[in-house]
Write a protein that binds this ligand. Structure first.
Ligand code: PQQ
Length: 245
């Protein structure tokens, strides 16, 4: 498609095709998580590593917020900060994620210390924040478009985990509930922005590449979990070691 300019609908279709092929719902570690094939220790490893993604998302959004040129765009984007950081201690998505790690039996101070992260989790998440800092605003906004696909995986995850694991309940999974309305609101905005602003073939290619990059960030986080926690003997030095079965 080099050089060819897509219509806004054509661009949206190409973005959705990337999600259908590359989104992390297809990863074997997620399939195992949602189908009840993981131990509590493996679910702890997932939640502990994913905590780093959660707590860097508002840092990523703050980085982008500072670069946005208009009050209208900043007003829209700052909602994301409030969604994640809350507007008082103990509120917002990051605090709700800690309810999940608490409920799974992880020590909160240990989770927050980030000491147990897999090296690849840190590299992947830091690469996402750096991408949003260093690339064009159009690419930065496009990289959030994985959220177009997240409501489906979140619904599958919550239903699957409640059905299969006796160590979670709807209170510990409360993180996910607001995401079902926040994610479509955010991705509707990001998609409309991208449809309107990606006009040249070069811009459209950059937008598609940004979404592929973000799918790769999410995929590589799961590759790292799969490598370290599924086959015994592969946990990297210093990373979290489950003590429960
Ligand atoms: O549970 C998931 O599978 C999932 C995926 C994604 C995503 O696709 O990036 C996000 C979230 N959750 C999420 O909770 C979230 O807050 C979020 C923010 C962003 C982003 O790129 O700004 N993605 C996601």
């Amino acid at each position: 498609m080099t050089g060819q300019i897509l219509s806004p609908d054509g661009l949206e279709a190409a973005l959705r095709a990337i999600g259908a092929e590359r989104y992390h719902n297809l990863h074997p570690f997620h399939r195992a998580l949602h189908d009840g094939r993981l131990t509590q220790g493996q679910v702890q490893a997932w939640a502990l590593n994913r905590y780093y993604y959660q707590c860097q998302i508002p840092a990523k959004d703050a980085t982008l917020l500072a670069r946005l040129p208009t009050a209208e765009l900043r007003r829209e984007w700052r909602r994301r900060l409030v969604d994640h950081d809350g507007d008082a201690p103990g509120t917002g998505g990051v605090a709700r994620w800690l309810r999940l790690t608490d409920g799974l039996g992880l020590d909160r101070a240990y989770v927050e210390s980030l000491d147990g992260l897999l090296p690849a989790t840190k590299f992947a998440v830091d690469a996402y924040v750096a991408f949003v800092r260093d690339r064009s605003i159009l690419e930065a906004i496009a990289s959030s478009l994985t959220e177009l696909f997240s409501p489906t995986i979140i619904s599958e995850r919550v239903a699957g985990m409640l059905r299969h694991y006796d160590f979670v309940n709807s209170d510990t999974l409360a993180y996910f509930h607001p995401r079902l309305t926040q994610a479509p609101r955010d991705s509707d905005f990001a998609l409309a922005y991208v449809r309107e602003h990606a006009r040249t073939a070069e811009q459209q290619e950059a937008v598609l590449a940004a979404l592929k990059f973000k799918c790769a960030v999410l995929w590589s986080m799961l590759d790292a979990l799969d490598y370290a926690y599924v086959t015994p003997g592969r946990i990297p030095p210093g990373a979290f070691r489950p003590t429960c079965p």
